[in-house]
Design a protein around this ligand. Sequence first.
Ligand code: ADP
Ligand code: MG
Ligand code: ZN
Length: 479
Amino acid sequence: MSREDYEIVMGLEVHAELSTKTKIFCSCPTEFGGEPNTHCCPVCMAMPGTLPVLNEKVVEYAIKAGIATNCEIARNSKNDRKNYFYPDLPKAYQISQFDMPLCEKGYVEIETEEGKKKIRLTRIHIEEDAGKLNHDEYGRGSLVDLNRAGVPLIEIVSEPDLRTAKEVESYLRKLKSILEYIEVSDCKMQEGSLRADVNVSVRKKGATEFGTRTEMKNMNSFKSIVRAIEYEADRQIDVLENGGKIDQETLRWDDVSGKTFSMRDKEDAQDYRYFPDPDLLAIKMSDEYIEEIRKNLPELPESRKKRYIEEIGLPEYDANLLTASKYLSNLFEGASAICNNPKAVSNWIMTDITKELNERELEPDQIPFTAEQLGNLVVLIDKGTISSSIAKKVLVELFENPKDPMKIVESKGWIQISDEGAIKEVVLKVLQNNVQSVADYKAGKDKALGFLVGQAMKETKGKANPGMLNKMFLEELNK
Ligand code: ADP
Ligand code: MG
Ligand code: ZN
């Protein structure tokens, strides 16, 4: 048997920090960072005698996420205590939700090589984040920072519907994009505001039962997730091929060694002793309340995509890519509004901007220039101020040192030469220096014209107006 005889099965538990202003059970700020233990109060530090009060915005944001992922929204819900001991959890229990989550039975649609696929969601529930442990730089132990304790989270649990690392990546990107569109989380993976527990098992193709799963905790980069899945699936297949069996355990992925390590196994599996939190009221939601949230949901990617195809006439592929991220889509709409040339803007995003993002390993939310600057770049091309080859250089500048394209063009001396006299001078010079190409052209080799234009572009460092160059070469050659 080989790797090809196995199928990988995966389900994700995704945690997203909600971008409410205040924490879930107190009025401390949720802001990332800050001096340790400055975003805290007796409630989120778990002082005895303090009582939590549920932040209504948290419920609203979770319901928004539920509606946007096609979930059924509960009318009755509650908070439960999940008991476990860890130094970053001062109450020794986390307030979460057990058997009555806010949202259930949704799905997210992804694109795969075999077409669209629905990944089913089991549930979305609300809970509080824990604090953070920092290793003392003097090596005396660990220091507890409770700034993050009580930051609201939603946990989005998927069914084990994912089959390849690529599907997992698409699913996570789609989920991230939806949460960004509806503005419930900033989804900054590098700050840990979106992180996933990846459950992986393998089974022989055609098998009906699932294999035993392992769970890789707190993954927060697409690249590591893909690597980790590939490593872990291979490891499990190896174990099975050698007659062993998989232990259900929690793993930690180490990016440096490219391996998974065991954190704890089933032997010490936690019994969380869930029970309803007696300090909090039951959550009851009316149809009107849920309807109100549904009505005020921002436009979702599917609807934007439809507009791009039907109203602007973009190909489906392009509309898909543009709406894959709210940041790209906003860039597209903002720049189009300025230059009134959506097709050109789409082209820039689909080609050069995508290429720069890949090369620089940037995500769309890290694009350093504004929609206005991109719009103005297209205006400069449309007005003939710069040629498209110069525009490519301006785009690189926008990534490196973003400012208004006209300022870039002026300071670099990149304004297109559209002066007839100046162009004629270059054309004559190039003709004089390339007698062979002139002869080739006259002998019927049309390609020679392209070469001559190229030489003239070189001569002017790409600044000559290409249309005028072409026209003038033809005039001279046909004299
Ligand atoms: P827990 O909270 O203990 O981790 P859950 O029952 O909530 O357990 O399941 C966690 C995740 O594991 C879900 O996303 C589910 O889809 C996934 N999962 C369950 N069984 C398997 C399996 N055999 N292989 C891969 N993933 C699985
Ligand atoms: Mg789990
Ligand atoms: Zn607090």
